[in-house]
Design a protein around this ligand. Structure first.
Ligand code: 4NP
Length: 149
């Protein structure tokens, strides 16, 4: 799960998807395209909306996506079109590029809808992001379990 800062959207996406997959069969992680928040905890507003929904993301630590991630992971879900472009530039091969998916295209195929960045907005932005990610990770978890578990 990849966003810009790895403190608002992708930590939520990681925590929510991980809660829907068997831990012995899947490894879910998140990263940012930027480096400002490397080593930081998620934004307290993300921690809070996750906690209200029974998910603890408070132990996550921010990191920046790296080229090795394209070998390490089978699927790379990005939150918005800007992340999509940045991650695609980092990908070295056609196989690596094929792993990169705009996350809401799982719900709205080919519509290229962004998960909006809630960082500078009001706190209800985090509730909206949570709801979008909860809905789309239902589909992703179902697909991954069918295919790999
Ligand atoms: P995120 O939100 O990409 O969902 O983690 C952001 C967090 C921090 C910044 C930008 C976006 N920032 O500019 O520091």
């Amino acid at each position: 799960m990849v966003c810009l800062g790895n403190i608002c959207r992708s930590p939520l996406a990681e925590g929510i998807l991980a809660s829907k997959l068997p831990k012995d069969k899947f490894f879910v992680d998140s990263a940012g395209t930027g480096s400002w928040h490397v080593g930081h905890c998620p934004d307290k507003r993300s921690i809070e909306v996750a906690r209200k929904n029974g998910i603890d993301i408070s132990k996550q630590k921010g990191r920046q996506i790296k080229v090795a991630d394209f070998d390490e992971f089978d699927y790379i879900y990005v939150m918005d079109n800007s992340n999509f472009n940045d991650v695609n530039h980092l990908a070295q091969t056609p196989e690596h590029k094929q792993k990169v998916h705009l996350i809401l295209n799982e719900l709205f195929p080919d519509e290229n809808v962004d998960v909006p960045d809630p960082y500078f907005g009001a706190s209800n932005g985090f509730t909206n992001v949570y709801q979008m990610l909860d809905e789309v990770t239902d589909l992703i978890a179902e697909k991954l379990i069918k295919k790999h578990a």
